[in-house]
Design a binder for this molecule. Structure first.
Ligand code: G
Ligand code: MN
Length: 250
């Protein structure tokens, strides 16, 4: 394992896990691994703090490999769950991406079914053909592919039909505005289309019981957000699985 990525020591990097819950039962079905940088006085900084200081695509790809390897090792503790890992658009369209990902999974002794790769729409614009090939190869190996922050990039509805993907994650901005007609229209249309194409839908940034209820009624399969839990440490996430706090009393 490398001990440095750009200006950072990898010992200062950490992954937190935010639960993904079934929209009906609210049972935990997975988690998203989220990068944090240990800052001064015990603070934890988000991925922007890291990415801003990585000047080259090589550094960003090195970060992706580090995150992937660490998430695969940590995910071994939860063989019944699927863990989502965020990968930069430029990494996912590299020729060696699929082989490298499979190596990371094998090296960690993780079942490929336990891993999902999350990429933003930009990846598809960077190199559609390569993204398509890599996604198909990942899926053939049992790894899931999710489109992250859906609706914020240059979403083309036609690519959804042409790309081998498992999940779309509707961006938090639409959930925030769930009381407004345009957002409702977008969430409902996206969900209906995804369902028709056999693609699962996750809603991100769910902060209230009402949002969770509405999103379930709209047909979302999976929910993620502060209403259930903030991103937490490996230890806290494992403890949460025994008794999810949002199900206390039920
Ligand atoms: O781009 P992506 O969707 O992977 O980013 C997830 C980020 O959103 C994480 O950094 C996480 O901390 C944050 N996040 C997750 N759920 C919520 C939420 O319910 N509310 C807010 N404000 N942020 C959230
Ligand atoms: Mn994500």
């Amino acid at each position: 394992m490398r001990d440095r990525i750009g200006p950072f020591l990898t010992q200062d990097l950490e992954l937190l896990y935010q639960p993904l819950v079934d929209a009906r039962s609210h049972a935990v079905i997975g988690a998203e691994a989220l990068l944090r940088l240990r800052g001064p006085a015990g603070t934890l900084l988000g991925p922007e703090a890291v990415l801003e200081s990585l000047a080259t695509p090589e550094d960003r790809t090195a970060l992706d490999w580090w995150v992937l390897a660490k998430a695969c090792r940590e995910a071994q503790a939860w063989p019944h769950l699927r863990i989502g890992v965020n990968i930069c658009a430029e990494s996912v369209t590299r020729p060696g991406f699929t082989v490298g990902t499979l190596d990371a999974v094998t090296a960690a002794g993780l079942a490929p079914q336990c891993l999902a790769i999350e990429v933003i729409e930009t990846a598809i614009i960077v190199d559609f053909e390569r993204a398509r090939e890599n996604f198909a190869a990942l899926r053939a190996a049992g790894i899931r592919v999710a489109i992250d922050d859906f609706g914020t990039g240059y979403s083309s509805l036609s690519y959804l039909a042409k790309l081998p993907i498992d999940t779309i994650k509707i961006d938090k901005s639409f959930i925030d505005a769930i009381d407004e007609a345009p957002s409702v229209a977008i969430i409902q249309a996206t969900t209906a289309m995804a369902r028709a194409l056999g693609i699962a839908v996750t809603a991100e940034g769910v902060e209230t019981a009402e949002q969770a209820q509405t999103l379930r009624a709209f047909g979302c399969h999976c929910l993620q957000g502060y209403y259930f839990s903030r991103p937490v440490s490996v230890k806290a996430f494992t403890a949460m699985l025994d008794k999810p706090p949002w199900q206390a009393g039920s």
